[in-house]
Design a protein around this ligand. Sequence first.
Ligand code: NAD
Ligand code: ZN
Length: 353
Amino acid sequence: MKKLHVATGNPYDIIIDRNLLNSCGTYIKPLTKANRVMVISDSNVFPLYGESIKKSLENTGYQVFTYTFKAGEEQKRLSTINEMYNALADNGFTRKDLIVALGGGVTGDMAGFAAATYLRGIDFVQIPTSLLAQVDSSVGGKTGVDIPQGKNLVGAFWQPILVLIDPNTLSTLSDKLFADGMGEVIKYGCIKSRELFEKLERLNANSIIDDIIYDCVSIKRDVVQNDEREKGQRMLLNFGHTLAHAMEKEHNYSTLTHGEAVAIGMVMMTLASEQNNLTPTGTANRIARLCEKYSLPTADTTPIQKIVRSTSGDKKSAGNAISLIILKDIGCSQTYKIDKKDLLQFIAPKDKM
Ligand SMILES: NC(=O)c1ccc[n+]([C@@H]2O[C@H](COP(=O)([O-])OP(=O)(O)OC[C@H]3O[C@@H](n4cnc5c(N)ncnc54)[C@H](O)[C@@H]3O)[C@@H](O)[C@H]2O)c1
Ligand SMILES: [Zn+2]
């Protein structure tokens, strides 16, 4: 068992262990005076793991209710949250009761947002089941939904009281979704840990995934602990993301997964910073080789002008400036502010200008 403590305003622990699902009640019990627990999950994950969670919670003495929504990002919207409120209110949930989020990032973001807002905030526990959710979205307290104008535009910062990561759940994840999560894993190596990056180069992540999850979560923990509300250092986690968001949008959030877009974004941004003499030559190539090793793409056919135009709506851009995240080297990142009008010049390959 591995345990990490997150010292945010409302501190909590992250526990990583195999078979955690079957004993989740034991870990939750000391942290809450809840009578009722609402397990929120999606239509893929609940049939796989819902019953073991429910059984463990019932054995611990909780009255357990469940709310399951149809799997998919399209459901990450306010109407689904509304249904969650109904399920909570209809079953008499009070402020001392508890929500458990069982699933990927969509489940965690929505269950967390329902927890942040129902009765002005009730406790919730994250039990992430996708690689992306285990290494990224379950830690840090960002919750929310999409609206037609954009992804994650409505939400709240709301920390869970506990995160339980059971790597056994990854056995039912498709290869594509595993690769998707690896995009974020590689990102952590790039921005904060040359050691992790080299481990990913040397070994097969799948066979040491418990260690890899621990490495990633401890990096994210350190970053969010220092910058809970994303005012500074937390922005480093967005390495590759400004371009990724633009590409995902250009692909209508369908043909390109988030992790795939992040992989391409990291390579593109590093090629750009190399040609602007901010990053040692060869870094982008090394990132690209690692992405390929984990079945991630490293280039996109969308014209660079289109990608750059699309970044202007990015949440991380303020006024005329845009904060790019670039690597000083593998394992060491920094923010680099440039004028939006110079972005195309910065990114476009010099030989194609
Ligand atoms: N809050 C944050 O800080 C943060 C960070 C990154 C991403 N996100 C959000 O996370 C979401 C993406 O997360 P995701 O990729 O986990 O999406 P997801 O929750 O939709 O999961 C992807 C798919 O995998 C399935 N799945 C999950 N676990 C499984 C398992 N163990 N076995 C079989 N199938 C499983 C789901 O049912 C779904 O079909 C996006 O909405 C994104 O905005 C949030
Ligand atoms: Zn991401």
